[in-house]
Design a protein around this ligand. Structure first.
Ligand SMILES: Nc1ncnc2c1ncn2[C@@H]1O[C@H](COP(=O)(O)OP(=O)(O)OP(=O)(O)O)[C@@H](O)[C@H]1O
Length: 301
């Protein structure tokens, strides 16, 4: 079943057409990496899903309920972490989450236990330390705790890792991955390695449409362009080797890059046999598989 469906959704700002047509769904339980270049329309799409932005035509359903601008009942099952979460810095996390819980109607008798449990989930200490002293990573994790307060079926995170250092990013991605199976997660980013690390499904937004919506495994099969990379001790040796290999390689200084279609074993064997016979010994031979970055470049160029 799909937790989120977009049907022929279009959106312009003035005469600028941002979303030409979005028509896709996200299956329940997946972690969906929503990627696109700066200004592609990721935030706009998320805001439309949340009923925070008008839709010019088409419609969106969350958990089978239609989204309405300004007063969307569908939001009852959504948790949202905006790209720049705002806090009352003088509060400590428990005070802040109590305020959020009261505003969103979490039952009072449940709230205190829920907050203790959530602070544990996001690995924040339960003490009186004010949010003003928090690192960006800690603030993002507090943002997730806030987004999880209402037991959402769908968690939406807008570029949650872009302002974090590598350690903060890694911890945050681990946290999202630890929620796998408990809810559906959509997170937008332009950090492709983050998508590769935790997503089961990927959507690439480009030129106002979703050019790709599939599992990473399927994409890697579909866009498969495996290569063998050979390094030689000099540019001259690489040149000689390329002549021997009937110029089938692309030469980059002392490196040869060869596309292959058949099995890796057969291709590498045939290349090595030819080179060994002529005494042109490579320093290294590597098999290079298609990365998500290669796929993204191919889809968006
Ligand atoms: N309220 C608005 N009024 C006018 N233009 C807007 C408005 N909101 C967004 N835009 C424009 O719509 C386009 C898409 O913006 P959006 O923030 O959705 O992209 P994005 O993919 O999230 O980008 P980024 O990765 O940089 O955050 C941009 O050109 C932006 O300037």
């Amino acid at each position: 079943m799909s937790i989120l469906e977009l049907h022929n959704v279009k959106k312009s700002f003035g005469d600028k057409e941002i979303i030409k047509e979005l028509d896709f769904s996200v299956p329940e339980g997946s972690i969906f990496g929503f990627v696109g270049e700066n200004g592609a329309g990721k935030t706009t799409t998320m805001r439309m899903i949340l009923g925070l932005e008008t839709i010019d035509s088409g419609y969106i359903k969350v958990n089978n309920k239609k989204v309405h601008y300004g007063n969307s009942l569908a939001n009852r099952v959504i948790g949202y972490l905006p790209d720049v979460p705002e806090y009352y810095d003088y509060m400590n996390p428990s005070e802040y989450l109590t305020l959020c819980g009261n505003l969103t109607g979490v039952p009072k008798k449940e709230l205190s236990n829920r907050i203790t449990q959530l602070l544990k989930t996001v690995d924040l200490p339960i003490n009186k330390k004010r949010i003003s002293g928090f690192s960006r990573g800690m603030k993002q994790r507090l943002g997730i705790a806030q987004a999880l307060l209402n037991h959402p079926k769908l968690l939406i995170c807008d570029e949650p890792t872009s302002a974090l250092d590598p350690i903060g990013r890694s911890e945050f991605l681990d946290l999202l991955a630890s929620l796998r199976g408990e809810m559906t997660i959509i997170f937008s980013t332009h950090i492709l390695s983050d998508v590769e690390r935790i997503s089961d499904r990927v959507g690439i937004l480009d030129d106002g449409i979703l050019k790709v919506n599939d599992t990473l495994d399927n994409l890697k099969n579909d866009y498969s362009k495996p290569q063998i990379v050979l390094d030689f001790d000099s540019e001259n040796t690489a040149k000689k080797a390329n002549v021997l290999l009937n110029q089938q390689a692309y030469q980059d200084n002392s490196q040869l890059i060869i596309d292959y279609r058949d099995s890796y074993q057969e291709s590498a064997k045939s290349i090595l046999e030819k080179l060994l016979k002529s005494g042109l010994i490579p320093i290294s031979l590597n098999r290079q598989l298609t990365s998500f970055e290669d796929i993204f470049t191919e889809v968006t160029q």
